[in-house]
Ligand binder design. Structure first.
Ligand SMILES: Nc1ncnc2c1ncn2[C@@H]1O[C@H](COP(=O)(O)OP(=O)(O)O)[C@@H](O)[C@H]1O
Ligand SMILES: [Mg+2]
Length: 485
C-alpha cells in the first residue's frame, strides 16, 4: 500500500520553551489548523464537496518550560508507547539546560525524535550547533520570530517524515524477519536434503553390500566344489603315501632281521634271496617312481586350496573407506579364481594381462564389478552352448593407456538384443529367471565405476557373436577434492 494514502495519525508535538507566551502562540497556530479541519469536514458533509480536512494532520501539543521537564515528558510518552514526533526547543532556557543540551538528552532517550531548534540571532552559530549535535537530518533551525505558516508546515512535514521513517523501519523489520524466516526454511530444506543424501548413500552402500554378499553366497557352492577337487587328490596321494610308507617299513623290518646273517656270512645266497623277495613284494621300483609324484600332487593341491582361500579372502575384503593403491591384474586373477566354477563348464578362459601401474582405487568394489561382468559373460555363453559339450570363450585383457587403464571382458555369447541395450544398466532390469538374475549386476557395476571412480563402463555387442565390456579407470584415482562418492 502506498504509505502516503494511509490515514494520517495525530501529530504529537513537544514544545520546550521557558517563555510561556511562546506556548500560547504555538497553540494558536495549530489550533487554527485543526479548527479549519473541522470546518472543512462540516462543509464536506453539508455540500458533498471532497473533504480535504481528513488529509490534514491533527496536532496534539504538550508543553515543558525547562529541558529536564521536556525530557521527563518524552520518557513518559515513550513508556506509554505514544512517542513525540516533533519537538520545538528553545535554545536559551535559563536556569536549566539550554536547547542543545536538552536535545542531546532527548535523543539519548528517543533517537527517532525530529527536532526544531528555535533561536534568536545572538545564540549559537550553525557551526557550533553542528559541533555539538553532529551532522544530522533530524533537526532544523528556526529563527525567531516565527512565521505561523512556516511553523505549521515544518511541523506537518517533520511529522510526516517521522511517520514515513517509522513505516520504512517497520517494513525493513518485516523484510528482515521474512529473510530470516526464508533463510531458516532454506537451511532446514538444505539440512533435510543433506540427510536424504546421507540416507541414499547408506542405502546404496547397503544395496552394493547385499549384492556382493548374494554373489559371494552364490559363489560359495562353486568354491566348495573348487576346493573339493584338490582336497580329493590330496587325500588320494596321502593314502598312497601311507601305504608306501607301510611297504617301506615292512622292507626295513626284513633288512633289520637279515642284518646279523649278513654280518656272519656276507656271501650267503640265502639272505640275498630273502631281500629280493621282500623288495619285489614292496614293489620298490614303483614306490621310487611314484612317491615323489604323490608328494608333488599333495603340495600342489595344498597350494591350490591355499590360493583359493587367499583369493576368496582378498575378494571378500571388507569395503574400504579410502582409495588405496592396488594391483588390478592380481585383483582380476583373484576374481577369476573365485568365479571359476561359474564359467569353467561353459567357457575356456583366456587372460591377456598387460603391465599395469598401481591404481588408486576401491579394489574391493572393483572385484565386485569384475565378478558381475564375468558371471554375465558365463551366463551369455551358457545360453549358447546349453548342455552340449561345446565351450565358448571368455577373454580378459588389461592395458595401460597412460592416464587410464582399460580392462576388457569379452564373451562369445549371443550378444545383447538391440531392444534392451538401453536398459541393461537400469537397476533391477533382468532377462534371467528368478534365482539366476536380479538385474542389479550392471547397475551396481556402473555406480562403482562411474560414480565412485569417475571411470567409464561401456560395451560393444554383435548379435550372435558376443559382447565386450570395457572398464576404464583413471590411474591416479578419483580427483582429490572432487565431489564425494
Ligand atoms: N555379456 C552379456 N551378454 C548378453 N547379455 C547381457 C550380458 N551382460 C548383461 N546382459 C543383459 O543385461 C541384463 C542385466 O544384467 P545384470 O544387471 O548383470 O543383471 P542380471 O545378470 O541379474 O540379469 C541381463 O539380464 C542380460 O539380459
Ligand atoms: Mg548379472
Amino acid at each position: 500500500m502506498n504509505p502516503l494514502s494511509l490515514p494520517i495519525p495525530p501529530c504529537r508535538l513537544l514544545v520546550i520553551d521557558d517563555n510561556r507566551a511562546i506556548h500560547d502562540d504555538i497553540r494558536k497556530i495549530f489550533a487554527v489548523r485543526s479548527d479549519a479541519g473541522k470546518l472543512e469536514a462540516l462543509e464536506a458533509e453539508l455540500f458533498g464537496t471532497p473533504n480535504i480536512a481528513s488529509s490534514r494532520p491533527v496536532f496534539i501539543i504538550d508543553s515543558a518550560y525547562q529541558g529536564q521537564d521536556g525530557l521527563a515528558l518524552a520518557q513518559q510518552a515513550l513508556t506509554e508507547d505514544q512517542p513525540y514526533q516533533v519537538a520545538f526547543i528553545d535554545v536559551r532556557m535559563p536556569p536549566g539546560w539550554d536547547g542543545i543540551e536538552t536535545l542531546e538528552h532527548l535523543w539519548q532517550t528517543d533517537p527517532d525524535l525530529q527536532a526544531v531548534i528555535c533561536t534568536a540571532y545572538a545564540d549559537y552559530s550553525w557551526t557550533e550547533i553542528i559541533a555539538r549535535l553532529g551532522r544530522s537530518d533530524q533537526f532544523l533551525i528556526l529563527k525567531k520570530p516565527f512565521d505561523p505558516i512556516e511553523m505549521s508546515q515544518l511541523a506537518a512535514a517533520l511529522s510526516r517524515k517521522w511517520i514515513l521513517h517509522r513505516q520504512v523501519q517497520q517494513q525493513l523489520d518485516a523484510l528482515d524477519h521474512l529473510v530470516q524466516q526464508r533463510t531458516g526454511e532454506l537451511q532446514a530444506a538444505n539440512e533435510q536434503l543433506r540427510q536424504e543424501i546421507v540416507q541414499r548413500e547408506k542405502i546404496e552402500l547397503e544395496l552394493r553390500l547385499s549384492q556382493k554378499l548374494e554373489a559371494v553366497g552364490q559363489l560359495a557352492a562353486g568354491i566348495a566344489h573348487e576346493i573339493n577337487t584338490p582336497i580329493q587328490y590330496i587325500g588320494d596321494s596321502v593314502h598312497f603315501l601311507q601305504s608306501a610308507f607301510d611297504d617301506l617299513t615292512g622292507l626295513i623290518t626284513v633288512y633289520q632281521a637279515l642284518w646279523p646273517q649278513f654280518r656272519q656270512n656276507p656271501q650267503s645266497a640265502d639272505w640275498q634271496a630273502k631281500v629280493q623277495d621282500a623288495e619285489e613284494a614292496a614293489d620298490l621300483d614303483y614306490l621310487r617312481e611314484q612317491a615323489p609324484r604323490a608328494f608333488e600332487r599333495t603340495l600342489e593341491g595344498v597350494e591350490r586350496v591355499a590360493g583359493i582361500v587367499r583369493a576368496m579372502r582378498e575378494f571378500a575384503h571388507p569395503d574400504q573407506r579410502e582409495q588405496s593403491s592396488a594391483d588390478l591384474n592380481k585383483a582380476l586373477l583373484n576374481t577369476l579364481t573365485v568365479a571359476r566354477n561359474e564359467y569353467k563348464y561353459v567357457a575356456d578362459l583366456e587372460t591377456d594381462l598387460g603391465d599395469l601401474p598401481p591404481i588408486l582405487c576401491y579394489a574391493s568394489d572393483l572385484n565386485q564389478v569384475f565378478l558381475n561382468l564375468v558371471v554375465n559373460a558365463a551366463h551369455a555363453i551358457g545360453d549358447v552352448v546349453g548342455n552340449s559339450a561345446d565351450k565358448g570363450r571368455i577373454t580378459v585383457r588389461t592395458r595401460d593407456l597412460g592416464e587410464t587403464v582399460e580392462i576388457t571382458i569379452a564373451d562369445t555369447g549371443n550378444g545383447i538384443p538391440e531392444a534392451i541395450r538401453e536398459r541393461i544398466f537400469d537397476p533391477f532390469f533382468t532377462t534371467k529367471p528368478v534365482g539366476k538374475g536380479t538385474g542389479q549386476g550392471l547397475a551396481i557395476a556402473r555406480s562403482i565405476v562411474v560414480d565412485k571412480h569417475r571411470g567409464s563402463l561401456t560395451f560393444e555387442t554383435v548379435a550372435g557373436q558376443g559382447t565386450t565390456f570395457y572398464i576404464r579407470l583413471p590411474v591416479s584415482g578419483r580427483v582429490v577434492g572432487g565431489d564425494p562418492p
